[in-house]
Design a protein around this ligand. Structure first.
Ligand code: NAP
Length: 333
């Protein structure tokens, strides 16, 4: 069966079964009977399909297989994405196994994002700085496989703010949280948006100070601060951009918010929740009621995937198709 040009939908009349064979994108095939009822739909895997994996524990909740398999099919690329539940302690063997298998790449998620750094050949400056790798690329030459690590959350976050960029340069920013995402978005802001001030709002002041001390080395003229949630009202009120980089409010805990005092929000602010499920968190609903602009984490999710996709395939991810598929999927959940 030949593969049709990507993103095309065409029909082929099977001589034997008189079934209609419809190719959705390049690699998803749907057979329908004479009345148009779907008989079977399948994804083509060939003898030369390149493999991409997700290494994490657990991995069953991940949207990455949906994103990347849709993107590979839409781009007509002979790649497949699968998850691998790798228990803590087994990462080294898993990576060696992937290198031996000749995979094209991997995503890395909790709990391996830090440990993976010591198991690969080279880590990008960005990933090294924030201490977390989320994407591996395996380059084979002869019998040698070189494994590179990157963090595409940084580019994903930056791209997600493309529309807002002119109004965000030299702004005041508050970031809730001090974990991996908080470090990635703070790094991206310091590198690309020259904030006037950046305040980390944290539960644990020691963790906040550790993160802030690292970020301070690239802060330049930006005024860095760390405050606890109890002390953060002034920072929230005076920030042009407020980012939730905590899991508070994520499904199934949609009744929770990381910031209880909704009256601190106002027009002229952008309140950005890195959570994408639910689509509108309590934080975003309350900020919107107070007149703030709001943004959820879907664009960051899409753009970090696009950056990983580019590293593995050297091609642009069909972002609009992926966005549509993701939105439909999330709406059904
Ligand atoms: P993480 O490394 O575990 O860090 C979570 C941070 O949130 C920690 O500082 C933690 O404080 C704090 N925290 C947890 N629960 C809290 C609560 N109820 N109230 C206040 N602070 C709380 O997690 P992460 O990887 O940074 O991810 C954070 C969020 O960003 C998650 O919701 C994740 O899904 C989202 N995210 C989205 C994208 C995207 O593409 N849209 C990408 C990355 C992450 P302690 O240190 O005191 O525990």
């Amino acid at each position: 069966m030949s593969v049709l040009p990507h993103a095309s939908i065409s029909e082929y009349e099977s001589k034997r079964a008189r079934q209609r064979c419809r190719y959705y994108f390049g690699r998803v095939v749907q057979l329908t009977n004479k009345t148009g009822r779907r008989v079977i739909q399948y994804r083509q895997i060939t003898g030369s399909t390149r493999l991409v994996t997700l290494l994490g524990y657990p991995v069953t909740h991940s949207l990455s297989p949906l994103i990347h398999n849709a993107a590979f099919a839409a781009a007509g690329l002979d790649y497949a994405y699968v998850t691998a539940a790798v228990e803590p302690g087994n990462l080294k063997q898993a990576i060696e196994g992937l290198a031996a298998l000749g995979v094209a790449g991997s995503n890395v998620t909790v709990p391996h994002k830090q440990e993976v750094h010591d198991l690969i050949d080279v880590t990008s400056e960005d990933a090294r700085f924030i201490g977390a790798v989320n994407t591996l690329t395996f380059d084979r030459s002869g019998d040698r496989c070189r494994i590179s690590g990157d963090n595409t959350d940084i580019e994903g976050f930056t791209r997600s703010l493309d529309l807002y960029r002119p109004n965000l340069i030299n702004s005041t920013v508050a970031v809730l949280g001090a974990g991996g995402a908080a470090r990635a978005v703070s790094y991206a802001l310091l590198k690309d948006f020259q904030p006037e001030s950046l305040t980390l709002v944290v539960r644990d002041i020691q963790k906040g100070l550790v993160a802030a001390n690292v970020l301070d080395t690239i802060a330049g003229d930006c005024q860095m601060a760390v405050v606890t949630f109890a002390e953060a009202s002034d920072s929230i009120r005076s920030s042009r951009l407020v980012i939730n980089a905590t899991p508070a409010g994520m499904a199934p805990n949609a009744d929770v918010t990381p910031w209880e005092t909704a009256t601190d929000f106002h027009s002229g602010q952008l309140v950005y929740d890195l959570i994408y499920a639910p689509e509108k968190t309590r934080l975003l609903a309350e900020a919107e009621n107070m007149g703030a602009e709001t943004l959820n984490g879907l664009e960051m999710l899409i753009w970090q995937a696009a950056a990983s996709f580019k590293l593995w395939t050297n091609e642009e991810m069909p972002v609009d198709t992926v966005r549509q598929i993701l939105q439909e999927h999330l709406a059904k959940r």
